[in-house]
Structures are given as structure tokens and as C-alpha cells.
Design a protein around this ligand. Structure first.
Ligand code: 3PG
Length: 306
């Protein structure tokens, strides 16, 4: 059994140290393809792999077709919009994620980005504090609820909108619930995005919604760039010098935004949310265990394709 870890953005060495013994014990061979720069390297290595661990690496139909023995792909992380699920299903390949394993790292970064913007990107001038400010959490999943918990520690007033989670479950955690995205954006100085990227959510964070945010608003994106309508963002930033956008995933039009609105935008140079040793260990070890459990016992608990 050959397992390939293909990570353009590699795991911390400490994670590999903990992943390797799991496969050694199972008697599986492990191959690493890290920091690859060309798709052809992935196509070559995946050819004889039985199992694959990835992060945000793009697993397209072409990659799936190049894999002759592949049985399972585990996205060590939450979002699996980088995997062509239909192509995998067609070939009988199981796709899984490792929900919750890297959530704390992403949640901490969301708060870090808020502090960075509240302090004027550390420009030396007086900024503002998070204490007492309103924060709306758009989607109350694993990351959203941790953001809520940490933000309460800062003294923020936290609310959320998530049509897929029962209202009482969110309220039980001391978080106010809004019934619509419009209400959430209208009532919060900060909004933190935690929605996945899919056909329904792409470009859904548009001018109409963002313009409902109060004066001095900040949109924080540690989710996916595709969910924000980038043309609408330019229009809004042009009209509202009070509005700020901070993202862990640089938009396609990052150069334009940074050129025109340098005091209103900040983007991390590379997606940093899950880039901690802890998150890499948690997600990587979970992925390895899920592969062994699937191969040995047929366990499909974390399967995401139908
Ligand atoms: C996720 O979906 O788990 C996060 O976006 C992290 O992605 P990464 O593994 O590429 O850092």
C-alpha cells in the first residue's frame, strides 16, 4: 500500500514525524511530494499511489485520471472545494476531510487579523480596541464557534448567522442569532467569514450585503476568496473610505485593491490560517489514521463525496 503526501505548502516537520509511524505500523510505504511547482510532478507521483493526503492542492479530473490505484484522498483540513468530487466518485475513490482539526489555528488568525486592522496595520497612529465592538460570525461551524469563544474573551459582542445550525445550539453558547445574512451585516462592525466555497456561496458576499455594514466596518476573510465578489468590493471601497477588508486569501485583484486602497486592505502573503505546527499535526495525524481505518476496516465516517 503506497501513501502519497502531496503538499505544495508542506506540513511542519513535527507533523511528518508523527504521521510516518502510523503508516510504518500499518506496513504502508510513504512518499512525500512537498513544495512541488508543477502539476506534472503530482501527475507522475500519484500514478501508483493507493492513498493520497493533500492540503489546498488541486485534485482535478486530470489528477484523478492519472491515478491508477487510488482508493482514497484525504484533505487534511476542512474545505474540499479543491477536489473534483464528481471525478473521484466516478472512479469509486473515497474523499474525506478532517473537520475541526485545524480550526483553532484559523480562529486565532481571524482575531489576529482583526487586531491588526483595528491598530491601523501597526502604523504607529492611535487605533481602536476590539472590546465592546460588535462581531458577526457568518457560519457557525468549527471555526466560527471558536472565533466566537475567543472574541468573547476580548469583550466583543458576538452574534452569528447560520441557517444550517439550530438557533438554540448557538444561543446556548451565549451568541445572539440573526435570521438572515442581511441582518448580520447590518448589525455588526466586524464580520468574520466562515462559509465554504461552493456554487451557492461563490460571489455571494456582494455590494448589497457589504454596504449594509455600519460606518467603520471591517470584513475578515479566513474562508475562501471566491465567496467575495471582487468587483463589488472595488466599488464599495471606492465609495466608502471607512470600510476595511482583511483576508488570509489574497483576492485575484489583490494588486488593484492594494494599489488603490492601501490603508483599507491587507492580505497575508500566503494562506496562513492553518499554518501552525499544532494544526498540521492534528490534521495530518487524523488524515493518516482515517486512511488506515478506511483501508483496514472500511471506515467512511468522514467521507464527503456521494
Ligand atoms: C482548510 O480548509 O482546512 C483551510 O483553509 C486550510 O487550508 P491549508 O491546509 O491549505 O492551509
Amino acid at each position: 500500500m503506497k501513501v502519497l503526501i502531496a503538499t505544495e505548502k508542506p506540513f511542519a516537520p513535527a507533523a511528518i514525524e508523527q504521521i510516518k509511524p502510523i503508516f510504518d505500523k500499518a506496513g504502508y510505504e510513504l512518499e512525500l511530494l512537498e513544495k512541488y511547482t508543477d502539476k506534472s510532478q503530482l501527475l507522475e507521483k500519484v500514478a501508483d499511489a493507493d492513498a493520497l493526503i493533500i492540503r489546498s492542492d488541486k485534485i482535478t479530473k486530470e489528477v484523478i485520471e492519472a491515478a491508477n490505484n487510488l482508493k482514497i484522498v484525504v484533505r487534511a483540513g476542512a474545505g474540499y472545494d479543491n477536489v473534483d468530487l464528481n471525478a473521484a466518485t466516478e472512479k469509486g475513490i473515497v474523499v474525506m476531510n478532517t473537520p475541526g482539526q485545524n480550526s483553532n489555528a484559523v480562529a486565532e488568525l481571524a482575531l489576529g487579523l482583526m487586531v491588526y486592522m483595528a491598530r491601523g496595520m501597526f502604523n504607529g497612529k492611535p487605533g481602536t480596541e476590539l472590546k465592546g465592538k460588535t462581531l458577526g460570525i457568518h457560519a457557525y461551524g468549527n471555526v466560527g464557534r471558536l472565533v466566537a469563544k475567543i472574541a468573547k474573551g476580548f469583550g466583543m459582542q458576538v452574534s452569528a448567522f447560520d441557517p444550517f445550525i439550530p438557533k438554540e445550539k448557538i444561543e446556548d453558547e451565549g451568541v445572539k442569532v440573526y435570521e438572515s445574512a442581511e441582518e448580520l451585516y447590518s448589525n455588526n462592525q466586524y464580520v468574520s467569514l466562515h462559509i465554504p466555497a461552493n456554487e451557492k456561496t461563490k460571489n455571494s458576499i456582494n455590494y448589497e450585503l457589504l454596504n449594509k455594514m455600519p460606518n467603520g466596518a471591517t470584513l475578515v476573510n479566513t474562508a475562501r476568496k471566491e465567496v467575495v465578489d471582487e468587483n463589488d468590493l472595488v466599488k464599495l471601497l471606492n465609495e466608502r473610505t471607512d470600510f476595511k477588508y482583511v483576508s488570509d486569501i489574497a483576492p485575484t485583484n489583490a494588486d488593484e485593491l492594494l494599489g488603490k486602497f492601501p490603508a483599507q486592505c491587507f492580505f497575508t502573503p500566503k494562506k496562513m490560517g492553518a499554518q501552525t505546527a499544532e494544526a498540521n499535526i492534528n490534521a495530518g495525524v487524523a488524515a493518516a489514521n482515517q486512511i488506515v481505518n478506511f483501508i483496514e476496516n472500511g471506515d467512511i465516517t468522514f467521507k464527503v463525496n456521494r
